[in-house]
Design a protein around this ligand. Sequence first.
Ligand code: AMP
Ligand code: MG
Length: 331
Amino acid sequence: MSDERAGRIADFIEPLRVEPGSTVRLGRDFDPRYKAGLKKRDGVELLQTGVSLLAEYQERLAAQDSHGVLLCLQALDAGGKDGTIRHVMSGVNPQGVRVSSFKVPSAEELDHDYLWRYAQRLPARGEIAIFNRSHYEEVLVVRVHPENLVRQRLPEVEGGRDLWDRRYREINRWERYLTDNGFSVVKIFLNLSKEEQRTRFLKRIDRPEKNWKFSAADVRERRRWDDYQHAFSEMLSATSTKWAPWYVVPADRKWFARICAAAILAHTLMEIDPQYPDVGDAARKDLLATKRDLEREAPEGAAADPYEDRSEKGRSGKGRSGKRRSGKRRG
Ligand code: AMP
Ligand code: MG
């Protein structure tokens, strides 16, 4: 059953995956309105299934405590990063997830190498870390606005093509290092159309409770639409690797984008296939000895082991420790 489910998820996300080594041109290769023939009505239930699946796997990931997952979310403004995180992670235990949002780098951050601030936020074993914007800003906004590069005070600021090729290489190697050491890197680009961004901006302007989400900078960035599409296309082509592929998620329909994000993350967790640890025979023997001690401590009227009572009932009638003491004190 579980294998069948894993297969269905793999098939569902396959068209979104950027084939390593391929050359992507966003406008030509990916449709922001694609919805795999689904209807919004089916979407609600599918997302619910995905959310429960993630909750189950996240618990196992934490219990196994040997692997971590890094989910990088990239998008243009109003692409739906925040809502995706809110919905997709709605079922998981907050103790096992760490979300980091990356803004314009601080003076302290600029005093270090460009990957430094992202390295501080990596997941621990057993954790899922989400990057709301990520190290990929270093080849996106920094590329579209080279003044960011000047602030980084690199040894030789060339700004030319070579620099970006070098960054792609460095990022690929860094992600390779992470995956080799037990940390899966999942990368999602929420692919929004220019027209959908226009209407989402208008909504942010028209609804007072959404005004805080909108800034004049967003419109300035929108004017650089083509430059961003180009930077995204180059990034997707150069950094979708076998060990850390990119997924381009159609983002014009929020409900569909959320299902895709849940499916991609679930796929990664299923590949790790974390298990609840088996404590081993010796430890199990110790546990049973402790269990007998605890059972002997049961006060009058209490079940020696209420859990065993419950689980044994209907199976064998009375478990080994199922000798229920009568409520009345015996004389
Ligand atoms: P928001 O996500 O709307 O809060 O905006 C965060 C802002 O930080 C965006 O305008 C990003 O372009 C900017 N930003 C994020 N990372 C970097 C970076 N590495 N260098 C320069 N600007 C960045
Ligand atoms: Mg913003």
